[in-house]
Design a binder for this molecule. Structure first.
Ligand code: FAD
Length: 557
């Protein structure tokens, strides 16, 4: 009698558990074995920082499923504390080691799915393997951090790395009353965003008492009475413990040893059906390389959404459905105390690196109607193709309403919409929620104005103004007095028509206002009356972000 089809899954969290559940929903007759090296399956790794910080008080809430509950519901053979140590591709067998007993066994497979994730990077530098130098990937790691927090004579911790996990952990430790130093090698936190869009995050971190050290790396740790961190700049630091959050690297040991093809970025190479170079082996999640949705370039994008979707899709394909993965666009979001920062698609720096032509606009719309209490302005940057208006990327930072705008923009990007389509989207509106022109519509209108030639833009990098240019501030006298661009002359937009005779048609006017709207009006007046004028997209607010990013050199806090 022939044996039943057997699916074996390595890794029991985001991608692995999604694949197992989907496979069972599609077939009641196959055998499914899921092996997990750690003690837990299907836990909420994304929730770990929030238990450390105290927002999630009950640790058991992080355990979404137990092997018993998931196994029973989906009729799965689940083995925790079991490591897959080798793949015998010829025999189609996986070699397993029971980590409690050390015994090895072999399991046959018809289809093998790898979802081993990515491991925190631990640089090979002196002292980086000390017990008080911690990383965060799973519940045992979190427990070690909580243990370290219980014994904190200095009440000071060092977080190394200003990415998603570093930011979340800096906030979590601060919420627990610790003094936190956040050291980041680059000149900005949140590397997927552009430097000027990270400025509000830097300000929020400093406002909340985080000692932010940009352009600073840790070169060594030494354990004395306290943990001593040697920094690339400034005096060494004594802390109770450190958290390394300098990135993750795909877990490819098993795949490499089995001779599967590894891509240019160091992840397991798969096709759009998640199939590796071996037709009986699939791979998903943080361990694989994906094609970037816009550039098509191979990318490592370790996020939970893609891992879950890929796991589900691989199960589809294994069970005979013709599903295809539609690439990853890197939609990410992070809470930094009172701010939300989110990004989708390519950043300006990535577009520059790729040599892709782009245009960009900045705006600072309210989260909802200004006359309804509690509206908060957000900083929004939209990148788009200068010829077609196709959306290439978007970034936003603000205290409220960022997530929903970025989700709409992420979906628009995926659907291949243009800035002209954004003008036309019909979105939810009542005063507590939005505006009749939602920030998404507004972003489309501002960008479409540029593409239709209604207004031309100038960039802060063009300053100082040349001899044939005049920097014109069209805000009110009070706003001008409170701070303006160096060398700007004042002519409020409401006085512009009467003041035109003071202006010179031989000059070009570099116009700015507070957020870009009055500057646009002024440019419309000026250009229709025969003057040369360009607007600063985002106005003075955007210039302040730009200046903030210029000033954020190494060591600047
Ligand atoms: P994982 O979920 O990491 O699962 C891989 C599992 O495979 C691991 O449990 C590992 O023990 C096991 N394994 C590895 N090798 C073997 C082997 N040889 N044998 C047996 N088992 C093995 N993403 C977001 O989108 N939003 C967030 O807010 C977010 N927050 C995060 C916060 C933290 C602290 C962390 C660590 C990650 C966060 N992520 C977030 C990333 C997200 O968790 C991952 O992208 C996602 O879990 C990847 O899924 P995966 O299945 O590839 O790997």
């Amino acid at each position: 009698m022939s044996q039943p089809f057997r699916l074996v899954i390595v890794g029991g969290v985001a991608g692995g558990a999604s694949a197992a559940a989907r496979a069972r929903r599609l077939s009641e007759s196959i055998e499914i074995l899921m092996v997990e090296r750690g003690p837990h399956i299907s836990f909420a790794n994304c929730g770990l920082p929030y238990h450390v910080g105290g927002a999630i008080t009950d640790r058991s809430r992080l355990l979404l499923q137990t092997p018993a509950s998931l196994g029973r519901r989906f009729n799965l053979d689940i083995r925790v504390e079991t490591e897959a140590v080798a793949i015998d591709r010829e025999a189609r067998e996986l070699v397993l080691r029971d980590l409690r007993t050390g015994t090895e066994s072999r399991e046959r497979y018809d289809a093998l799915l790898l979802s081993p994730g990515a491991a925190p990077i631990r640089p090979a530098l002196p002292g980086f393997d000390l017990p008080k130098v911690l990383t965060l990937r799973n519940l045992p790691d979190m427990d070690r951090i909580l243990e370290a927090m219980a014994d904190r004579p200095l009440n000071r911790a060092l977080v190394v790395g200003g990415g998603y996990i570093g930011l979340e952990m800096a906030e979590a430790l601060r919420e627990r009353g610790m003094d936190v130093v956040l050291a980041e090698l680059g000149d900005q936190v949140m590397a997927p965003m552009d430097p000027e869009m990270a400025v509000p995050i830097h300000e929020e971190l400093c406002r909340r008492g985080i000692d932010l050290r940009l352009g600073t790396s840790v070169t060594a740790f030494h354990q004395g009475d306290a943990l001593e961190a040697t920094l690339s700049r400034g005096a060494s630091l004594a802390v109770d413990f450190a958290i390394l959050a300098v990135g993750v690297k795909p877990e490819t040991t098993l795949a490499r040893a089995a001779g599967l093809t590894i891509g240019a970025r160091g992840g397991i190479q798969v096709d759009d059906r998640m199939r590796t170079s071996d037709p009986a082996i699939w791979a998903v999640g943080d361990a694989i390389e994906v094609a970037d949705r816009i550039s098509g370039e191979p990318s490592l994008i370790p996020l939970a959404g893609p891992a879950n979707r890929q796991g589900r899709l691989a199960a589809d394909v294994i069970l005979g459905r013709d599903s295809r993965y539609q690439a990853t666009q890197g939609t990410g979001i992070v809470k930094v105390f009172g701010l939300t920062a989110a990004t989708t698609g390519l950043s300006e720096k990535a577009l520059k690196r790729l040599g892709t032509p782009y245009a960009k606009v900045y705006l600072f719309p309210g989260s909802h109607a200004g006359y309804y209490p509690g509206a908060q302005a957000m900083s929004l940057k939209l990148l788009f193709a200068p010829d077609t208006g196709a959306i290439l990327g978007a970034q936003a930072v603000g205290a409220d309403g960022v997530d929903k705008r970025m989700d709409v923009l992420a979906m628009a990007l995926r659907a291949g919409l243009t800035v002209f389509d954004l003008e036309d989207q019909e979105l939810c509106y009542a005063p507590p929620y939005g505006s009749a022109k939602d920030p998404v519509n507004f972003a489309g209108m501002v960008a479409a104005n540029v593409l239709r030639g209604d207004v031309a833009l100038w960039e802060p990098e063009e300053l100082p103004a040349g001899p044939d240019q005049v920097l014109l501030d069209v805000r009110t006298a009070a706003e001008h007095a409170a701070g303006t661009l160096p060398g700007a002359v004042l002519l409020p937009v409401d006085d512009l028509r009467e003041g035109l005779h003071h202006l010179d048609r031989g000059k070009e006017y570099l116009v700015h206002c507070q957020v870009g709207l009055r500057g646009y009006l002024a440019c419309r007046i000026l250009t229709q009356r025969g003057f040369k004028a360009r607007n600063l997209s985002g106005g003075y607010r955007r210039w302040m972000l730009w200046r903030g990013a210029q000033q954020t050199g190494p060591g600047v806090r």
